[in-house]
Structure formats: structure tokens, C-alpha cells
Design a protein around this ligand. Structure first.
Ligand SMILES: C[S@@+](CC[C@H](N)C(=O)[O-])C[C@H]1O[C@@H](n2cnc3c(N)ncnc32)[C@H](O)[C@@H]1O
Length: 408
């Protein structure tokens, strides 16, 4: 048996190739998604599997045989993972793989397989694989490398060629830089141009390369064009120059974000446009204030509504009377100015004035504030605490739940 104490590092192209995983417990659960991400055709053999693996079976992403391992199962495999809890079985798997000259990782006895799985650090397109003689030191070494990359601000070199001449609408989350998605951060790091909103997370902008053009969407001169048209023009213009453009917004681009209009503008000019969903303030800000927008046995619906126009405004598309008759949670965005009129309309429409309500200002940012009251006292609450945008109003029983979150 080969003992990979001195392994030769290599990147395997597993796209479409058969990989056999023996065992269906927590180790297999960790390994299988990574194998799938590499395009492997995964064949799992185990009498039982975890619910997560079952989900992959149900969605047709892996093939499962619900039985013990038999000699012969590895026929035609390019790569084998022996991940049962029984080291005798793992040893038999490794022995068969050895005979077939197929590389095999043993989860229980790393040096008894013919391959070892490295610990990995990802930075954009760059993948750093770390190997040492034993597993505990490998994880430690990986953390050392990860820290060093962060300290050195190291990113994968250059913009991915496929991104040139395209636009990505990136939802930046509610404001805290670490509530932005990993994909969003990755694309941001590759951008040549970033067109950013005021509510987008600001710190990641400061970390961009010096040559990246940062366009403040609020300051784009728009002359005779509407502000949105002017933004669309910038996106199309820079993409036409062959640049990779990230349109960075607060929350999610498709929730009161006009992202679809921007995607349409790109499509009309033949510019490929993709979207990276963001963590929307509509859910994240109440959550950060300790308010779940639904709660079992209490609230079975949550409605997100814009309060930028007051009830009765001729341009309003909201059926406030219908909302007043509902029992569930109302999450009102852009509603600070119109909250008094909205609260009045909801009470007149039948919602109890004693319904709990809360307003959360600057969610996820330094100085986040939460003020609780009722629908009837919302008006006074806003004045008393000098509530200013960005803020979210939550109306419903969930706003009256006891606070159980730890302050971190
Ligand atoms: C134009 S909407 C954009 C919403 C965004 N696309 C999203 O998904 O979160 C702006 C409104 O979102 C809410 N909002 C966004 N970020 C917030 C934050 N950090 N704290 C409180 N409210 C926020 C406020 O109601 C604000 O007026």
C-alpha cells in the first residue's frame, strides 16, 4: 500500500467521471458536495445515508445504492472515497482501489489510502490546497495560509476573461460588509467599474484595486435623462468598453432595487447581465433586531410593502385596506415619512391599534436602533426617537415577542 506521507500535489479533472464514495455519514456528506462542484458523477454505496445526502439523491444529483460495499464496486471508477465508520471495510475498499490502480482516500486512516484530501482556501478563482503529514496540522496550516492571504490582501490575479463586457447586479446586503455574499465579494474583487448605491456596503469599496472606477450612483449627472436612465447608460457604456461592471446595491437588487430595469437596459443593448442575490434588509434587519418575520403557531404570512407613497396617493399600487384586514406580519420599507398615515389607515381598516410594532433604524450598521411599541403608538415612537431612513417598520405579533438574541 502506498503511504502518501510525501504526496504529489495535483488537480484532478473529475468532470463527468465516475467517483465512488463508500459510506453515507458525515464524512461523505462533507466530501460529496465538493466532488459535485468539480463535476464528478458520484456513485454512493451505503446501507444508510444522512438526510442531506438523501436530498442530493432525490434531486438526481448523485446515484445511491442502499447496501453494503462489495468487491467489484470500484470497477470503472476514476477516484474512490472510503468513508465508512468501519475501518475493516475502508481497508478492503482501499485494497481493491490499489489493485485497480485507482486513487483512494481513506477517511479513517489518512496514510493508509493512496491519496489525501488537501485542506483548501479559496480566493476568487484561486484555489490554494494545503497538505501536511497529519490531518490536524493540515487544518492548522490551512488557517495560517488563509490568514496570511487576508493580511496580504491577496486576490486571484486579473479579471476573468468571460466577465469582460458584462454587467453583474450584486446585492450587497443590508450594510455590514460581512453580510455580503461570497459570490458578491468575489465578483466585486474582479470589477473594473463599480456603480454603487448609498445603501450598498461601503467598506468593500475601500478595498478595491486603485485602478477600479467607482461611480457613486447618486452623483451621476443626468441632465435631461431620468436618474435611472443615466445609471443604465453608465452600465452599458462601460460594458461596451469591454470592462466588467458591478452594479452594487443595498440588500437585494430585485426588491425595490430597480435591478430588473437595469437588466432590461443591458439586454436591449446586447450586454450580458447576471444577478447575484443579496441578503435583503426586509428579512435581515428584523432578524438582526431579534424579530422573526414569521413564527410557528403565531404568524403564517409576512408581507413586504413599500411605504414610499402614503395610502390614498393616486400613484400607489398598494391595497392598504386588504393589508389592514390581514393578520400576519407587515414589513414596511421606505416608510419613515408616511408611517403616521399608514398606521392610521391600517387601524381604520380594521387592524387592532394594540398590534405590536417595531421600527429598526440602521440595521446591521454601527448605531443600529430598535424601538418597540404598538401600531397606535408608532407615530409618537418615530418622533420620540428621531427615526430617520434607512429604517424598517414591522407590524404584527412577532414584533411583540420577547427578545432572546444574545448581543454580540
Ligand atoms: C430602496 S429600498 C432598497 C431595499 C433593498 N433592495 C433591500 O433588499 O434591502 C431602501 C429601503 O430599505 C430599507 N433598508 C435598507 N437597508 C436598511 C438598513 N440597513 N436598516 C434599515 N432599513 C434598511 C429601508 O426601509 C430603506 O428605505
Amino acid at each position: 500500500m502506498i503511504r502518501p506521507v510525501n504526496p504529489y500535489p495535483v488537480g484532478l479533472d473529475l468532470e463527468g467521471r465516475r467517483v465512488v464514495v463508500i459510506g453515507g455519514g458525515s464524512v461523505a456528506q462533507r466530501r460529496v458536495p465538493v466532488l459535485l462542484a468539480s463535476g464528478a458523477a458520484v456513485h454512493l454505496i451505503s446501507p444508510e445515508i444522512t438526510p442531506t445526502l438523501q436530498g442530493l439523491v432525490d434531486s438526481g444529483r448523485i446515484w445511491w445504492q442502499a447496501r453494503e460495499y462489495h468487491t467489484g464496486d470500484l470497477e470503472g471508477a476514476w477516484y474512490v472515497v472510503a468513508a465508512t465508520k468501519d475501518s475493516l471495510v475502508n481497508a478492503r475498499v482501499a485494497a481493491e482501489a490499489e489493485q485497480l490502480r485507482t486513487f483512494c482516500v481513506r477517511s479513517d486512516a489518512v496514510t493508509s489510502g493512496s491519496a489525501v484530501t488537501p485542506a483548501v482556501v479559496r480566493r476568487g478563482e484561486m484555489l490554494v490546497a494545503v497538505l501536511t503529514g497529519d490531518r490536524a496540522r493540515t487544518a492548522e496550516a490551512r488557517d495560517v495560509v488563509a490568514r496570511a492571504l487576508v493580511e496580504a490582501d491577496a486576490e486571484a490575479p486579473g479579471t476573468d476573461e468571460k466577465l469582460r463586457g458584462t454587467v453583474a447586479l450584486v446585492g450587497g446586503g443590508p450594510g455590514a460588509d460581512d453580510l455580503m455574499t461570497v459570490r458578491g465579494r468575489r465578483l466585486l474583487a474582479s470589477a473594473d467599474v463599480v456603480v454603487a448605491d448609498r445603501l450598498a456596503p461601503q467598506r468593500p469599496l475601500a478595498e478595491l484595486r486603485a485602478d477600479v472606477e467607482i461611480v457613486d450612483a447618486a452623483k451621476i449627472p443626468y441632465g435631461r435623462a431620468m436618474a435611472q436612465e443615466a445609471i443604465n447608460e453608465v452600465l452599458v457604456d462601460r460594458a461596451r468598453q469591454g470592462k466588467f461592471v458591478v452594479r452594487l446595491k443595498g440588500g437585494d437588487s430585485f426588491l425595490y432595487g430597480r435591478g430588473y430595469e437595469e437588466a432590461q437596459a443591458c439586454a436591449a443593448e446586447g450586454i450580458p447581465c447576471t444577478v447575484v442575490p443579496g441578503v435583503s434588509s426586509a428579512l435581515a434587519v428584523p432578524a438582526l433586531a431579534g424579530i422573526p418575520v414569521t413564527n410557528r403557531g403565531m404568524t403564517h404570512e409576512a408581507t413586504i410593502v413599500s411605504g414610499h407613497l402614503p395610502p390614498g396617493h393616486p400613484d400607489s399600487l398598494v391595497n392598504w385596506d386588504a393589508l389592514a384586514r390581514m393578520n400576519g406580519t407587515l414589513v414596511i420599507l421606505m416608510g419613515v415619512k408616511n408611517t403616521p398615515a399608514i398606521a392610521r389607515c391600517l387601524v381604520e381598516g380594521g387592524r387592532d391599534a394594540d398590534t405590536p410594532a417595531a421600527v429598526i433604524m440602521d440595521g446591521s450598521l454601527d448605531g443600529q436602533q430598535t424601538h418597540r411599541g404598538t401600531l397606535g403608538t408608532l407615530d409618537a415612537l418615530l418622533v420620540e426617537h428621531d427615526v430617520r431612513p434607512p429604517a424598517i417598520v414591522v407590524v404584527g405579533d412577532v414584533a411583540g415577542l420577547p427578545e432572546v438574541l444574545a448581543v454580540v
